[in-house]
Design a binder for this molecule. Structure first.
Ligand SMILES: *Cc1c(COP(=O)(O)O)cnc(C)c1O
Length: 427
């Protein structure tokens, strides 16, 4: 597609965009009395207007029915979570029985590792990416230590090559092969939170299995952003948060995937009554009889008030479909890349996009390394109604989320950025 860095071109793209109407379904913060350009949906998605009704419904049912709401609410609470199976399975490419919602992301990864990280004297290594999201690093370190291994010994990080921003697939595959029989677990973020690099889940999962390892994924930046076929790719387990691309609200519930091949097995797990046989749950029996499927990893009865916004969100995804979102996202992100390159030509700037240029290796996000006065430029953007995200030492992350960002947003962002850079050089 031939892009132009003009307002008319951007507006024409919006006019052609079948998802453009969804922008008005979201609530935007305002700066200087105007809706912001919101490029931070990779950190916290915007609130859909329809979400409040889902929360109000629970509040009303609680007021009117109290304990009876468990069975007689408009959407009964005792199996409220089952409404996620269909729509969520489509988002991550799973069977409905392979997904569930519960807890929060890091908690779920710990719980899944109870089942899926079972080291032995000879096979105890964990392979992860260099500079993983800090919570994942702490999680893996504490898991290794919990099993009596020194984290430095048990955890192997795949490194970037000197002078490169992204990991190479060949290096990941080589590392898996090198670790071979010693490798217990491969656990990587499906999309790197810092660079936006998308990993080849299928190839890495297959390589891990080839040497007898379990392969799990943290999909915090992948769910609702990139194409996932977790079932077909034979992924063992995965978890994601719902408040980034999935617009479910701050700190909200996490989604979990457990591959069908693990359902009817005697994998150890930490159990609770919500994972127990649904028909007999309220018989209060002493012996745990897990539900066959991801729901069998549930522990507590669900925080329905926090599931309500998540349900609003997955129903919106079902309405639009991942395919349409991904199609728009590819073009919108490419347009953002183009606008950045145009601005770079026009002004004496010095920034560099560190996200892979190959569309297959990136999702929504572009990470831009600002040489020089990064922080000042970040502040300038924020003061002028562009919400971006700052990461030390000098990176802004931009996520033009297809649900609620427009081509005109991207164009306008370029104009603000140019002014910000020019101000720097004239001062
Ligand atoms: C956002 C994010 C988290 C956050 O974890 P919580 O348990 O939800 O606080 C964890 N891992 C990755 C890779 C993330 O991007």
């Amino acid at each position: 597609m031939l892009f132009k860095n003009t307002k008319a071109f951007a507006q024409e793209c919006d006019a052609q965009d079948p998802l453009h109407k969804y922008k008005s379904e979201f609530i935007f913060p305002k700066v200087n009395n105007q809706d912001v350009i919101y490029f931070t949906g990779n950190s916290l998605g915007l609130q859909p207007k329809r979400t409040k009704a889902y929360v109000d419904e629970i509040m009303d049912d609680w007021a009117n029915l109290a304990v009876e709401g468990h069975f007689y609410a408009q959407k009964p609470w005792w199996d409220y979570h089952e409404r996620f199976a269909e729509p969520l399975s489509k988002i991550v490419g799973a069977l409905p029985s392979e997904v569930t919602v519960m807890n929060t992301l890091t908690v779920n990864l710990h719980l899944l590792l109870v089942s899926f990280y079972r080291p032995t004297k000879t096979r105890y290594k964990i392979l992860c990416e260099e500079k993983a999201f800090p919570s994942d690093q702490y999680m893996l370190q504490s898991q290794a230590a919990f099993h009596g291994y020194a984290p430095d010994d048990a955890i192997v990080e795949i490194k970037r090559r000197e002078g490169e921003h992204n990991l190479r697939l060949e290096d990941i595959l080589a590392k898996i092969e090198e670790l071979g029989d010693a490798l217990a677990l491969v656990m990587i973020g499906g999309v790197n939170y810092y660079t936006g690099q998308v990993f080849d889940l299928q190839a890495i999962t297959a390589a891990g299995h080839q040497v007898g390892a379990i392969v799990g994924w943290d999909l915090a930046h992948a769910a609702g952003n990139v194409t996932l076929e977790l079932h077909d790719w034979n992924v063992d387990f995965a978890a994601w948060c719902s408040y980034k691309y999935m617009n479910s609200g701050p700190g909200n519930a996490s989604g979990v995937f457990v591959h069908q091949k693990h359902h009817d097995t005697d994998l150890p797990r930490f159990a609770g009554w919500w994972g127990h046989n649904k028909e007999r749950r309220f018989k209060m029996e002493p012996n745990f009889d897990p539900i066959v499927g991801a729901d069998g990893w549930q522990i507590s009865n669900l925080p329905v008030l926090s599931l309500a916004p998540y349900l609003a969100s997955v129903e919106m995804f079902a309405e639009v479909g991942m395919e349409a979102l991904i199609q728009k996202r590819s073009v919108l992100t490419a347009y953002l890349e183009f606008v950045l390159q145009e601005i770079d030509k026009e002004v004496a700037s010095s920034f560099e996009i560190i996200t892979p240029t190959n569309p297959a290796e990136r999702g929504c996000q572009l990470s831009v390394f600002l040489h020089g006065e990064g922080r000042r430029l970040f502040d300038y953007l924020m003061q002028n109604g562009v919400v971006v995200d700052w990461r030390e030492p000098n990176v802004i992350r931009l996520a033009p989320v297809p649900f609620y960002c427009s081509f005109e947003d991207v164009y306008q962002f370029g104009q603000v950025l140019k002014k910000g850079i020019n101000q720097k050089t004239s001062n």
